[in-house]
Write a protein that binds this ligand. Structure first.
Ligand SMILES: C[S@@+](CC[C@H](N)C(=O)[O-])C[C@H]1O[C@@H](n2cnc3c(N)ncnc32)[C@H](O)[C@@H]1O
Length: 274
């Protein structure tokens, strides 16, 4: 069967300017102050990103968190190079060869935060390979600590923007993808920074296998509505359910716990790649 086309993959050219810089009107590189939002493609932790496309993509996250402890820094220096995706190299064929031992199925989580869901899924599904993407250094360090403590052989990481991974993955290579509680960006002028939009759905449509599941969640009613509208407009997806209760095989996350404590009620969206 022919895999899905590489729709949604735009090659706009241009080069990465890297985190902490932006292009001025004349193309010069200018520093961006800590905590501000760059309008160029950036990757926290200085992770390499593939050159293809998205040079003008908006950043969808803010830098946050305290500096790592000495022990966590040492762990990151020792372990992340072994687990980080080789985004400047071609993808292995089959993709499951990323793992040792190789896995027949690969699932992806973008924006895993502190990693509760990623780690619980990786532990419960040892025969599946997991790719986790997260620019937040504290979250990367937490996952590295758990991978080491539990000798998990089915986790690979990208310490940066998950959209770079979507552009690197081969078509129809993922059995499942999760984007859980992406930053809601509630202010009108920030709506364009939302991670889940028609463009990201296009990238996901390309890399998900036919009948693969896409799982989304949000506690922001407006974002839920926007997600459902984008899914309805995209012929590659069919929404199979929208639930108020988290499905049993869907481990909870930290952000979700806080949202519930604060009285917000999340929605859990399951969609299927046609
Ligand atoms: C609101 S938090 C939710 C974290 C986690 N999913 C949870 O439910 O606890 C959103 C996370 O998405 C991450 N994020 C935002 N944009 C991202 C992107 N383009 N690629 C990867 N992660 C991203 C942020 O760093 C942040 O950790």
């Amino acid at each position: 069967m022919q895999g899905p086309s590489r729709r949604g993959r735009k090659s706009r050219g241009g080069s990465d300017t890297g985190e902490g810089t932006r292009r001025g009107p004349g193309g010069e590189t200018k520093p961006v102050p800590e905590g501000s939002l760059a309008t160029v493609k950036t990757d926290a932790a200085g992770a390499a990103a593939p050159g293809r496309g998205a040079a003008s993509e908006l950043q969808t996250y803010r830098r946050r968190g305290r500096p790592l402890s000495t022990a966590r820094r040492a762990l990151k220096a020792a372990l992340l190079p072994r687990l980080a995706l080789p985004l400047t190299e071609p993808t292995p064929d089959p993709l499951g060869a990323l793992f040792d031992p190789p896995r027949a199925k690969v699932w992806l989580e973008i924006g895993f935060g502190a990693g509760e869901h990623l780690l619980a899924q990786a532990t419960a599904n040892a025969t599946v390979g997991f790719i986790g993407c997260e620019p937040f250094e504290g979250g990367i360090a937490k996952v590295l600590a758990a991978v080491e403590a539990h000798a998990l052989s089915n986790v690979r990481l990208h310490a940066g923007d998950g959209r770079h991974v979507l552009r690197w993955l081969p078509p129809a290579s993922l059995g499942r993808a999760f984007i859980l509680f992406p930053d809601p960006w509630p202010k009108r002028r920030h709506l364009k920074r939302r991670l889940l939009n028609a463009a990201t759905l296009g990238l996901l449509a390309c890399v998900l296998e036919p009948a693969a599941e896409l799982r989304l969640a949000s506690d922001d009613a407006d974002y839920v509505e926007a997600m459902l509208a984008d899914l309805a407009r995209d012929p590659a997806f069919e929404v199979t359910s929208v639930q108020r209760r988290r499905p049993a095989d869907w481990p909870p996350t930290r952000y979700e716990g806080k949202a519930k404590e604060q009285g917000r009620s999340p929605r859990y969206i399951l969609a299927r790649r046609r």
